[in-house]
Design a protein around this ligand. Structure first.
Ligand code: CAA
Length: 390
């Protein structure tokens, strides 16, 4: 039985800052951010969007009434959790009006969480072929104003429907994964910003990629010639390129040209959104699928997932017939085209505006947020969510 990605949804908040303007404000050459880091625009979450609303908005544009009935498992991968106890997925379950007879959980291992969710979903569908699993990957990346990580912030969510006989990408069984206890990036529970050892995190990302790639090759007997494209977790778009370059000499000139050209296409969306942590790899996959002209049915796509701390995995999927007719390209194009640019001072003001942590009540103005699902306030230590369509 084939199991894999049947549908993909995406949402990013409607605000962004231009990286050229951020560079000027931070007194660095714009090329450092646009070429050295490889980012053009950074999505900014207004206070009325949090990981729950981003995920719900991503799924809203993707699922239909039949999916709502068939989904019996919701797995929410995030490293921006809003509660130590309650899963962010339970809010989304209600906001989307899903079938009550569903399991809902939250999964955490930095940016790797959604990959763990997909593998868990695959196992669930193998045992329950009629089931559909909603995998949500949603985060807001925050390092702080004027920090070296600032240019690699972002916000957004990807929603994936995992099912039997998937219409987009069938996941293959060969997969290589590894764990090593390192401190390259972490966020203690008392902090709303990440701590990072930037250079070390870059080195470890590449090392993990090289190790799981070698392990994958020995498990599968496949090599670069067998891949149409390789998508990467993209904390910033230069990162995947650095890793890819370290293995390119294993392929022919033709392989190298193809993989580099397709890598570039797989970074278009990420360049314009920034790091969305758990969703980054899947945003890159979406970019490849939606921005590349039709790839041949049966083409193999490699996926490298990396979650600091750290867990890495290399796995693969095979494109299904007419996959492109099942994508929501026009919806995503409209999302990108309707965004609003904010100035650097406006971005700084939005960044500093945070929810109360002392139990006080706050009512938020959701009229300026075009998203269907918004955070409308906090009362009695509870976040209040609104679906404007209901
Ligand atoms: N023109 C062109 N390029 C320029 C330039 C210019 N004028 N000025 C500088 N550059 C280049 C540099 O040469 C460098 O390129 P290389 O890496 O290819 O050598 C690049 O711009 C970045 O410059 P620096 O290394 O000096 O940048 P930095 O030290 O200020 O910060 C960073 C870079 C370490 C990535 C930092 O942004 C950071 O800590 N980010 C958060 C951590 C992160 O994203 N790590 C990635 C791996 S961990 C992971 O993947 C998990 C996750 O999601 C967080």
């Amino acid at each position: 039985m084939k199991i894999g990605i049947d549908k993909i949804g995406f949402y990013a908040p409607h605000l962004y800052v231009d990286m050229n303007n951020l560079a000027v404000a931070r007194n660095v050459e714009p090329e450092k951010f646009t070429i050295g880091i490889g980012q053009e625009k950074m999505a900014i979450a207004p206070i009325t969007q949090d990981p729950v609303t981003l995920a719900a908005n991503a799924a809203l544009g993707m699922i239909d009434e039949q999916d709502k009935e068939s989904i019996d498992f919701v797995i929410f991968g995030t490293e921006s959790g809003i509660d130590h106890s309650k899963s962010a997925g339970v809010y989304v379950h209600r906001l989307l009006g899903l079938n009550p007879y569903a399991r809902t959980i939250e999964l955490k291992q930095a940016c790797y969480g959604a990959t763990a969710a997909i593998q868990m979903a695959k196992g669930h569908v193998a045992l329950n072929p009629k089931s559909k699993v909603l995998v949500l990957a949603s985060d807001i990346a925050r390092y702080g104003l004027n920090t070296s990580g600032e240019s690699t912030q972002g916000a957004g969510a990807v929603a994936l429907l995992i099912s039997a006989d998937p219409k987009i990408l069938a996941l293959e069984d060969n997969s290589a994964y590894m764990t090593d206890d390192i401190m390259d990036f972490w966020r203690p529970i008392y902090s709303d910003k990440a701590f990072v050892d930037g250079k070390f995190s870059n080195e470890q990302y590449i090392l993990f990629f090289q190790k799981v790639w070698e392990e994958y090759k020995s498990k599968s007997g496949l090599g670069l010639a067998d891949f149409e494209a390789i998508c990467f977790h993209l904390p910033y778009t230069k990162m995947g390129l650095k890793a890819l370059r370290t293995i390119l000499d294993q392929g022919s000139e033709e392989d190298q040209e193809r993989l580099l050209a397709n890598y570039k296409i797989s970074t278009i969306y990420n360049k314009n959104v920034g790091n969305i942590y758990t969703g980054s790899l899947y945003l890159s996959l979406l970019s490849l699928l939606e921005k590349m002209e039709e790839m041949e049915e049966g083409s193999r796509i490699g996926l490298f997932s990396y979650g600091s701390g750290a867990v890495g995995e290399f796995f693969t999927g095979v494109l299904q017939p007419n996959y492109s007719s099942y994508l929501n390209m026009s919806q995503h194009e409209e999302l990108f085209n309707s965004r609003t640019e904010v100035t650097v001072p406006e971005y700084e003001e939005i960044f500093e505006k945070t929810l109360p942590v002392d139990g006080s009540t706050i009512e938020l103005d959701i009229d300026n947020d075009p998203a269907v699902i918004c955070l409308s306030g906090v009362q009695d230590n509870m976040r209040l969510y609104v679906n404007k369509l209901k």
